[in-house]
Design a protein around this ligand. Structure first.
Ligand code: ZN
Length: 280
């Protein structure tokens, strides 16, 4: 199969979060001819959304997503309301950036709770509670299923099938207002992956995150591999995405406290570009 289009490489900025601020990330992407960028909200707040939007547009970059909204479940009504308010602000920031989507890491169990079904209902109600605002702002909401090892503390939506069931429930007509992120790190193991990518189709495939699964994995959160260094068949998953109609960016998202976060970000970006061509 053909190598991926280099124009469709995007940088999820967590990949270089330890050493660069958002302005340096934007300028780094431009320097390395990486055409997409996906900022995180902490760095965005430091720079200011309007200033960031100006710098991103000035460098001709596409914002492939804003990370992140979500975290809906909470122990009480006040907590759930605070989460909704935070998501409304995130939607507004995503609109200023003209982001292709707001990524939702939906949240896990409220502290002390064992009610997983209840947490999943709070997720559904939370997304439902901000969907009208997202629609009118023109910001698609992208549910990112996370690997089940994060079910308790980060996301109780763990498979693409589960995320798509939520989409069906919240947006029956598949308008594109809510869809999914396919992050290979979280879903590569799923025997239903191909079927569910096909089911999602181009309307609901809002983002595609790439990295690799290392064997062994030293840390559950911050030991992701560079594409090509692990066991994920990235070209195969890309072919499924393309067959389903996805024409968007491939966004490199690597959390790596022991390796890539320690390196010179210019080296990291150069490696991302190279591996995008040789391993994806
Ligand atoms: Zn991701």
């Amino acid at each position: 199969m053909n190598p991926p289009d280099p124009e469709l490489l995007s940088l999820n900025t967590i990949t270089v979060r330890e050493r660069w601020n958002l302005r340096e990330m934007i300028e780094g992407c431009a320097r390395h001819r990486i055409r997409g960028i996906s900022p995180w909200r902490d760095k965005l707040a430091q720079m200011g959304a309007k200033e960031a939007a100006r710098a991103i547009r000035g460098n001709g970059l596409t914002v492939t997503g804003l990370c992140r909204g979500g975290m809906f479940p909470a122990a009480d009504r006040k907590g759930r309301k605070a989460a909704i308010d935070d998501n409304l602000r995130a939607i507004d920031d995503a609109a200023v950036l003209e982001a292709r989507c707001l990524v939702l890491v939906v949240g896990g169990l409220p502290p002390g709770s064992k009610d997983l079904a209840g947490a999943r209902e709070m997720v559904r109600d939370g997304i439902g509670g901000v969907l009208d605002h997202a629609r009118s702002a023109g910001v698609p909401l992208a549910i990112e299923p996370l690997h089940p090892m994060y079910c308790a503390d980060r996301a109780c939506v763990n498979t693409l099938a589960q995320a798509l069931d939520l989409c069906d429930e919240l947006d029956r007509s598949a308008s594109g207002a809510v869809g999914v992120v396919v992050d290979v790190y979280h879903v590569w193991w799923d025997p239903l992956l191909r079927t569910e990518i096909e089911r999602a189709g181009d309307k609901r495939l809002l983002a595609f995150h790439i990295s690799d699964w290392l064997v062994p994995t030293a840390d559950l959160l911050t030991d992701r591999g560079m594409m090509g260094d692990g066991v994920i068949d990235l070209p195969l998953i890309r072919s499924w995405m393309e067959q389903a109609g996805y024409r968007g960016f491939q966004e490199v998202e690597i959390l790596s406290s022991g390796n890539w976060w320690r390196r010179d970000p210019d080296e990291v970006l150069a490696t991302c570009r190279m591996r995008h061509q040789s391993a994806c």
